[in-house]
Design a binder for this molecule. Structure first.
Ligand code: PMP
Length: 305
């Protein structure tokens, strides 16, 4: 992470960016047992607003529950910490990284003798898959790595260790010149991207994989709501990679990735190989909502000031 001035919320205190460190024997560093979130605040006409903050905090606590990790703060304290770091850093828009991890009391697989420590950091972050990706769409490769099996790790937890699978897939795809990976589940059906849920569109109908082995994305849920408001039919079902090849449009969703069109999978152009028209409309509505330009969805915004 870049060296910078600023503050990070760390176990209830505002700590200087450069002092927000931890010991090399930190349990989570060794074994990956921790939980985190990715949250964004956008600049709106009424100042910075955090998008679906309560939902992200609730997922952080659900992830901790799934891993059997007791967080030493309340959801209200964690949500408040987000507001506090925006103010402490004077940010107009940002990406947040809340994370809970086991400290350095005792090494060995059992983490329970270690304190649970919590951070909320925030910094400015642009389009995750690039501005050009948002406009023109990205090129995606089906990964040789399979998405986690539901009884090998806990797919519904946004758990640190789960991301080794994501990194292997993303590294493979980007080393081969693609922008992102698409992971299939153990049965060979489409699961999700390395950090995104996926939607496809065929004959005006929207399809997205069920959530068996994919993360319950908050952006996915937002797009489900947007599609209802657009009067689009949405089908949640198992999807095969050849259904993606023959889709008219496809896109990824994620807090970091926002709504990113997919223009190609495995060297097959999706539709005409550009951002699709329905995708463009969903994307526009999404950005209007997060930027506070849509009067109907103000309940999803937590204004900082
Ligand atoms: N799947 C994975 C594996 C992710 O890491 C993310 C990003 N959190 C998502 C899907 C999308 O989730 P959200 O829309 O809540 O950011």
């Amino acid at each position: 992470m870049a060296d910078r001035d600023g503050k990070i919320w760390y176990d209830g205190e505002m700590v200087d960016w450069r002092d927000a460190t931890t010991h090399v024997l930190t349990h989570t560093l060794h074994y990956g047992m921790g939980v985190f979130e990715g949250v964004r605040a956008y600049e709106t006409p009424k100042g910075p607003a955090i998008f679906r903050l309560e939902d992200h905090t609730a997922r952080l606590f659900r992830s901790a529950k799934i891993l059997g990790m007791a967080l030493p703060f309340t959801p209200q304290q964690i949500s408040q910490a987000h507001l506090d770091v925006v103010k402490a850093n004077g940010l107009k828009s940002c990406y947040f990284r809340p994370m809970a991890f086991y400290g350095s009391g005792k090494l060995g697989v059992a983490p329970l003798k270690n304190d649970v420590r919590v951070i909320v950091a925030a910094w400015p972050w642009g389009a995750y898959l690039g501005d050009e990706g948002l406009e023109k769409g990205i090129r995606v490769k089906t990964s040789s790595f399979t998405r986690h099996h539901v009884n090998i790790t806990m797919c519904k937890a946004k758990a640190n260790g789960n991301y080794m699978n994501s990194i292997l897939a993303n590294n493979e795809a980007t080393a081969d010149g693609y922008d992102e990976a698409l992971l299939l589940d153990v049965d060979g059906f489409v699961a999700e991207g390395s950090g995104e849920n996926i939607f496809i569109i065929r004959k005006g109908k929207l399809y997205t994989p069920d959530l068996t082995s994919a993360l319950e994305g908050i952006t996915r849920d937002t797009v489900v709501q947007i599609s209802k408001e657009m009067g689009l039919e949405l089908v949640e079902k198992r999807i095969t990679r050849d259904e993606v090849y023959s889709a008219d449009e496809a896109f990824f969703t994620g807090t970091a990735a926002e709504v990113t069109p997919i223009r190609e999978l495995d060297r097959r152009a999706i539709g005409d190989g550009n951002r699709g028209t329905i995708t463009a409309e969903i994307q526009k509505r999404y950005f209007d909502i997060v930027k506070g330009l849509d009067a109907e969805h103000q309940h999803w915004l937590t204004y900082v000031n």
